[in-house]
Structure formats: C-alpha cells, structure tokens
Design a protein around this ligand. Structure first.
Ligand code: F6R
Length: 261
C-alpha cells in the first residue's frame, strides 16, 4: 500500500483524476471501476474538465460501479445510476452501453449479483478500481464483518451508513435498507486500486484501514493484501496516521510519482 498526502481536498481529487487519465491514455479500452459519494464528486469534476480541455477520451472505456441501492429506479435522483449520469456519464464521451451498475430493481437479486460478477469476468476484470471509504471503514457497501473473500451480493446497511446517507433521502425513513455491492474479494481482484479519503471525519478510519490490523470490522483494511493499492488523502484525513513523514518522503522521492509531483 502507498499513502499520498495532499495539501487539500481539491489537490487530492486532482491527483486521483490524473492517475485515471494517465491509465486511460495508456489503455483507451480501460475497464474502470467507479464509486459514488460526495468525495468522488470532485474527481468527476476534474475528469469532465480534462475531457473538455485536454481531449481525455472515454469512447472505448468500460465502467463498472461498485454498488447500487435495492429498490430504486435508475431515474430516482438518489440512485447511483442517476448520480453517475449526473456527475460524469452525460458530460464525457462514454457510451452509456459501456457503463454498468448492479440493477437494484432486479426481480431476482441473487441472480443479478451473479450476473454482475460474470460480466466483470467476461470483460477480463477491472483494471483500475476507484474507492471511497465510509466512516465505519466500508468500501463499496461492504459493511463491518463483510467476509474478506465476499463477492457481489445484497448487503443490509448499518445504522452508521444509514445515518451518513439519510440526508440525501430527506430522512432515514425514506432510505433503502439494502444495497447490491461488489464484495471485498471482488474489489481486491482489480489490478489496481485507488482509494480517496478527505476531511477530518475520515481521519480515524483511514488510520485504522492503513496502519491497523486486517480485519473484517474495517473492510478497507483488506486493501493491505492488494499488490498495487494507492491511498490518497488530504491533510485532514491524514491527521491520525503515524508514518506521515515516511509517506511524504516516498511521494517526493520515488520515480513512480515523478510525473505527479
Ligand atoms: C459508494 C461507495 C461508498 C462511498 C463511501 C464514502 O459507491 O462505494 O463506499 O465511497 O461511503 O462516501 P462519501 O464520499 O460520501 O463520504
């Protein structure tokens, strides 16, 4: 795992978008794993800007999102399909037929989960998976105690997640209680993972995920098993990390990061 500390939320999101753009320019057929949530909005703003101003081309790219609420129509403003259309898909030249999210309206949810796994496999797996982190350490909707080898399935959301996302729904009573999510095992099979966390509310969980033990209580800690995972944080989210000087040294000195400094 590598940790990169950036001075601000904006700088952290800009770095993530530059990593994505470099991968996409190197491989126009990139299979890109996407996440939603407020942290990612900045990343998508940067990608849209790069598409407009630097001709970043998504025409051959295929995307797979991590998760979708159960029971929401794609047209529902709170669905993740709607979020993706709004923040990214409609503003870049992605072919909507190449964008995939689990179908939370499927009659047979278990079959839908298996179908989603099979689809990822058919495309040869995910090249680059973008991740956020919940306050209780989830990646996707892999709530605490999610098996570290879990695959795409339906998960019941924890009270912490419901509280975190309820404001978007106008209150907890309007919020779905379940979601389809890629499993932790599915996520760590991506060839590269990039996790973005910003703001002081994430400081404690970032330290647990990065420097704490691998535990299903903090799903993001499973990323320690990944051979190529980069965690990008702003100063606020880095506040509780013990080895900050070491992480800064690596970013300033290692040739891999030369193009990004
Ligand atoms: C959503 C997802 C979640 C979010 C996480 C952080 O697709 O994967 O794991 O990344 O809940 O959300 P924000 O950015 O809203 O704090």
């Amino acid at each position: 795992m590598e940790v990169i500390i950036q001075p601000s939320k904006e700088a952290a999101a800009a770095l993530v978008s530059r990593i994505i753009s470099k991968e996409l320019r190197g491989n126009p057929h990139l299979i890109l794993g996407l996440a939603t949530g407020s942290t990612m909005e900045r990343v998508y703003r940067h990608l849209v800007q790069m598409h407009r101003e630097e001709h970043l081309d998504f025409s051959l790219c295929t995307t797979f999102n991590l998760d979708e609420y159960v029971g929401l129509m794609p047209s529902d403003p709170n669905s993740y399909r709607h979020y993706m259309n709004h923040h990214l898909f409609r503003s870049v030249n992605l072919d909507l037929r190449n964008t995939h999210l689990p179908n939370g309206m499927a009659e047979n949810l278990e079959a839908e989960c298996q179908h989603y796994e099979a689809l990822i496999k058919r495309f040869g797996g995910i090249d680059l998976q973008l991740l956020g982190i919940g306050k209780a350490g989830h990646i996707g909707f892999n709530e605490p105690l999610s098996a570290l080898r879990s695959r795409t399935r339906v998960k019941a959301l924890t009270p912490t997640t419901i509280k975190q996302n309820a404001p978007f729904f106008g209150g907890e009573e309007h919020m779905p209680r379940r979601a389809i999510t890629m499993g932790v095992g599915t996520i760590i099979e991506a060839r590269r993972c990039v996790l973005l966390a910003t703001g002081d509310s994430k400081a404690q969980v970032v330290a647990q995920a990065v420097e704490g033990p691998i535990t299903s209580m903090v799903s993001a800690s499973a990323l320690q098993l990944h051979a190529r995972c980069t965690v990008i944080v702003d100063e606020e989210a880095a506040a509780d990390l013990k080895e900050k000087d070491y992480y800064r040294w690596i970013f300033e000195n290692e040739p891999d990061w030369q193009d990004y400094r």
